[in-house]
Design a protein around this ligand. Structure first.
Ligand code: CU
Length: 120
């Protein structure tokens, strides 16, 4: 299905209350959106509404200035393909950080988003 047709069908299904053709969307994240942490989290982990295609899904972390924070490789959990995670290396200075994620589900369409958390 091409992208406009898929988007239209998804919209129609959403109106009908169905989620059969939903794209992967975050259901939960660690750290949580808007969390205020005392120290750097050991990893960033996002649980999606459906399984992801590992090769095309990932995340990155940026500080308030937009500088990318070095992390270990982002990977989809082989035991639960709805989980996308990446290890955080070392400490993070106090400040606000943004997680940018991208996710591709079974229909190969890419969705992306972001959320922020804070380190005190
Ligand atoms: Cu789609």
């Amino acid at each position: 299905m091409n992208r406009p047709a898929c988007a239209l069908l998804a919209a129609v299904l959403a109106v009908l209350g169905g989620a059969a053709l939903a794209h992967p969307l975050p259901r939960a994240a660690t750290p949580a959106p808007n969390a205020v942490l005392a120290a750097a989290p050991p990893q960033i982990r996002i649980t999606f509404s459906e399984r992801l295609v590992p090769a095309f899904s990932g995340l990155e972390l940026r500080d308030a200035a937009g500088k990318q924070i070095p992390m270990g490789p982002a990977a989809v959990d082989p035991n639960d393909e709805t989980e996308l995670a990446a290890p955080v290396k070392g400490q993070l200075a106090a400040g606000t950080y943004t997680v940018n994620w991208r996710a591709v589900g079974d229909d190969t369409h890419r969705v992306s988003g972001h959320y922020s958390f804070q380190v005190k």
